[in-house]
Design a protein around this ligand. Structure first.
Ligand SMILES: Cc1cc2nc3c(=O)[nH]c(=O)nc-3n(C[C@H](O)[C@H](O)[C@H](O)COP(=O)(O)OP(=O)(O)OC[C@H]3O[C@@H](n4cnc5c(N)ncnc54)[C@H](O)[C@@H]3O)c2cc1C
Length: 350
């Protein structure tokens, strides 16, 4: 089987890149082991470059670029798929128990914050308001991206694992799959998230995050924005779910939720927003962030002339999907970007 561009990985990064390439007239195939086990399914969907306090520099520039693209990008995806992405410009509120100093946000004192968001913990002394940060429903987004890709004619091979690349000199000539098939393409994109080291010796390792959700039983949503605490975040969805996350664990690919992880999240979330304790628990889950040693993604060209890297998005891959897709499609079309140079794999090997 041959294809113009072969993308390995079907999370938001692989799917968004496939759509962008297809819209630029490439013939695209995606190979994906398991759509629902990736970080894109597990995430909280915050679009939070400011609340995350990403220091100024290339990463903040990339994150702000992507956040600006979100409105048009999600409306394009919704139009192509006929599905909602749950994109919501709700703003992010960062309540604190001790005042700190930040120069990227508006400070709300105790009185102002309780007006802005009633029923926060009595220990909250104030907080920071980030009106331009927001959220997307990452599961709805993933479904909409998938439906858009299929509608455009992207071929998706589900339940198939790439076992290895086949190389000739400095080019990839094919991939071997668990179907005992060799698939050839002009160009290859590695978008395998936390599992990237299985195929290429690049420094991406899993950082596990446990999460849970409760469901609001009141008619009206009690939260109208994301709460970004110092040790927990609480993300209200328009459909009545409230997502609570997340642990940060270096335990490799150890699966499952643990009592300790759940206790930690519930304790912190109930402290920040006490009325959560009364809502029914809906779901527990976990996922693996694709982390790199400097916590920046690995984007752009690789040691192989026809292999492009789009991995290592760590805590911000949902946010970075539109900008990544555009920049990776540019790279494949030989358009260089000064911004991408900051994310080149070679920074780890100088
Ligand atoms: C708990 C948690 C909370 C998060 N919250 C946020 C947030 O609020 N905001 C934000 O922006 N980001 C968040 N993130 C980070 C974000 O989810 C990731 O950065 C992003 O989803 C990475 O997308 P991806 O497509 O690269 O990887 P994934 O979504 O992990 O997809 C990788 C895909 O590759 C496939 N694959 C792997 N190896 C192979 C192979 N050999 N052959 C075939 N297929 C293969 C997998 O099956 C998977 O489908 C969070 C992550 C976690 C875990």
């Amino acid at each position: 089987m041959t294809t113009d561009v072969l993308i390995i990985g079907g999370g938001v990064i692989g799917l968004a890149t496939a759509i962008e390439l297809k819209l630029r007239s490439h013939c695209v195939t995606i190979i994906v082991r398991d759509s629902n086990s990736g970080a894109s399914y597990a995430a909280a969907g915050m679009l939070a470059p400011e609340a995350e306090q990403i220091p100024s520099g290339a990463m903040l520039e990339l994150c702000l670029l992507s956040r600006r693209q979100y409105v048009d990008w999600t409306s394009k995806i919704e139009h192509l798929s006929g599905l909602s992405t749950g994109y919501w410009e709700c703003g992010i509120l960062a309540p604190v128990y001790e005042q700190d100093s930040r120069n990227n946000a508006q400070w709300l004192d105790k009185q102002a914050i309780s007006k802005h968001q009633p029923n926060l913990s009595a220990d909250v002394v104030g907080g920071w308001w980030y009106p331009e940060d927001g959220q997307v429903d990452n599961r709805a987004l993933t479904n909409a991206l998938r439906a858009s890709a299929i509608a455009l004619g992207v071929i998706i091979q589900d339940g198939v694992t790439v076992k290895n690349f086949i190389y000739q000199q400095n080019r990839v000539t094919g991939v071997c799959t668990t179907n005992n098939e060799v698939i050839e393409a002009e160009h290859y994109v590695l978008a395998t998230g936390a599992w990237s080291q299985e195929l290429l010796p690049i420094p991406v390792h899993p950082k596990k995050g446990q999460m849970l959700s409760v469901r609001v039983t009141d008619k009206e949503l009690p939260l109208k924005q994301v709460l970004f605490g110092s040790d927990v975040y609480i993300v209200p969805r328009a459909d009545g779910r409230i997502i609570i996350g997340a642990t940060m664990e270096n335990v490799g690919f150890t699966p499952y939720n643990t009592p300790a992880g759940m206790q930690l999240l519930l304790q912190r979330a109930i402290h920040l927003y006490p009325q959560l304790q009364n809502y029914p628990i809906e779901e527990f889950w976990w996922g693996f962030r694709p982390a790199t040693p400097d916590e920046l993604p690995i984007l752009g060209t690789s040691p192989y002339a026809n292999l492009t890297l789009a991995t290592g998005h760590y805590r911000n891959g949902i946010l970075l999907a539109p900008a990544t897709a555009n920049l990776i499609a540019d790279t494949i079309n030989n358009k260089t970007s000064a911004l991408l140079e900051h994310f080149h794999y070679s920074r780890f090997y100088s």
